[in-house]
Design a protein around this ligand. Structure first.
Ligand code: HEM
Length: 446
């Protein structure tokens, strides 16, 4: 704790009130007003003691410069979570909700040194082969299809009916998923994040990814899966599964939140009302002030050390608050001075997001396409009735209800395809044939 600071006052509802304990980053209070928590935590100095879920203790870096120092110091910190002492010692409840996002898997996010370089190179090289025109075209097609489902209705949940689905359609195309596998990928990822039956959903996704790999080994195509597979890094099938699951899962979740959080911003801030180039600005402002991944970048000190006035032991869990670092008072001036992309929403250092250009491109295109087709879209509920999903890592709305003057869809047949495909999908039953991806492919083929 910084002695020079006035006595900190926890935000209302925060159980750290009076206890002097760790600041809990779960529960509805944190989700309702994270900035109040970040302001409170800054009184501790550049880092604060937090609890990510009951019984899961961590140190959270809230200061921008300290965050950069951590993210760039791969000599003193590891990303491989097999170094996480509390997990190794069995202190973390096996069913803790944070374990799936922190437990080790053989992909680039959890690897260090030469192993990380090898896997990351395969990812960056494969993603860089995607032609930006293909991203524009795929995003526009996915957007048109989704908009066509609600255009005539005059009302929509922009999160559930648009932001959540669009990245999945785009990924399915870029990764070369045929109808059956794509349906299961969509089912798996949606289920994993929406918690309906996360275990079943993960199983469906992994099975689908294995099938995709088998398919591309036999019949490679012009897609990210085939490029990854043929990369000189020579990923094993197991590595391929985990890399693909990381790309699909770690990509879809923040991407849907960036689309959702940007739309939220556009609908709740008058200054964007005039459209045009302001969409790009709204995306950047969202990345600064409401980043989709709010707190993450788990690191583990190699040895006992002093870091930013904090005593850390080897194997402690240390995370970065991108949301707090981006909004620190000292930074506002620098940001106004013009460095508009210096935010940490994509992280920094060797593990910075390799897909930021693609993700930004998809988001700008998706938002533009929506506003072009339903230009008078507005929030359908009072802003303060919107709720945000609880949890320490992601910043995502639960729903974003909106209304607009009904319009003719860009392509009329979309509604017909859905109507005819829906009863058939219901008759087939099961995740395999619910067929969101198949319906989209049918619509494209018309
Ligand atoms: C708006 C969307 C996105 C945001 C805000 C975002 C943000 C981030 C952040 C903060 C990290 C660092 C995490 C850490 O160090 O623990 C990261 C890493 C990563 N992201 Fe993204 N990401 C987005 C979209 C995507 C997409 C679309 C893909 C893939 C298609 C992707 C693939 C990855 C991968 C593979 C890593 C790990 C890199 C490594 O460990 O070397 N991300 N991303």
């Amino acid at each position: 704790m910084d002695d020079r600071s006035p006595a900190p006052v926890p935000p209302p509802g925060c159980p750290a009130h009076g206890s002097g304990g760790r600041v809990p980053l779960y529960g509805p209070e944190f989700a309702a007003d994270p900035q109040a928590y970040y302001a409170y935590m800054r009184h501790y100095g550049p880092t604060a003691p937090v609890e990510l879920a009951p019984g899961v203790e961590a140190t959270l870096v809230t200061d921008y410069q300290t965050a950069l120092q951590l993210l760039q110091d791969s000599g003193s910190f590891r990303k491989d979570s097999r170094h996480w002492r509390d997990l190794e010692d069995g202190k973390i409840p096996a069913d803790s909700p944070v374990v799936p996002l922190l437990a080790y898997r053989p992909n680039c996010l959890f690897s260090d040194g030469a192993e990380h370089l090898r896997m990351r190179q395969a990812v960056t090289d494969s993603l860089s082969r995607v032609d930006p025109r293909r991203i524009t075209r795929t995003t526009e097609q996915a957007a048109d299809y989704l908009i066509a489902q609600f255009a005539g209705r005059g009302s929509v949940d922009l999160l559930g009916d648009y932001a959540k689905q669009l990245p999945l359609f785009v990924f399915n195309e870029l990764f070369g998923c045929p109808a059956d596998i794509g349906d299961r990928v969509l089912f798996g990822i949606s289920g994993m994040f929406d918690g309906v039956n996360a275990e079943k959903a993960t199983e469906v996704l992994l099975r689908a990814v294995w099938d995709l790999i088998a398919l591309k080994r036999n019949r490679p195509g012009e897609d990210v899966t085939s490029w990854l597979m043929r990369h000189e890094a020579q990923l094993t099938d197991e590595e391929m599964v985990h890399q693909l699951a990381l790309l699909l899962g770690a990509g879809a979740e923040p991407l849907r939140s960036l689309v959702g959080n940007t739309l939220h911003r556009l609908l709740t801030h008058d200054r964007y009302a005039h459209g045009g180039g302001l969409i790009e600005e709204a995306v950047d402002d969202t990345l600064w002030e409401n980043p989709p991944i709010a707190n993450y970048a788990a690191h583990y000190p190699v040895s006992d050390m002093e870091f930013a006035d904090t005593r850390l032991s080897a194997g402690d869990l240390v995370l970065v608050s991108f949301a707090a670092a981006n909004t620190g008072p000292a930074l506002s001036a620098a940001r106004q001075a013009g460095s508009n992309r210096a935010h940490l929403a994509w992280s920094a250092g060797p593990h910075a997001c390799p897909s930021k250009e693609t993700a930004r491109h998809v988001t700008v295109t998706a938002v533009e396409r929506l506003l072009n087709q339903v230009p008078d879209v507005e929030l359908a509920v009072p802003e303060d009735s919107l709720t945000w999903r609880p949890g320490p890592f992601n910043r995502a709305l639960v729903t974003l209800p909106a209304r607009f003057t009904p319009v003719q869809p860009v392509r009329q047949q979309a509604a017909q395809v859905t109507e005819t495909a829906a009863p058939q999908a219901a008759a087939d039953g099961g995740p395999r044939r619910t067929g969101l991806w198949s319906q989209f492919l049918n619509w494209l083929a018309k």
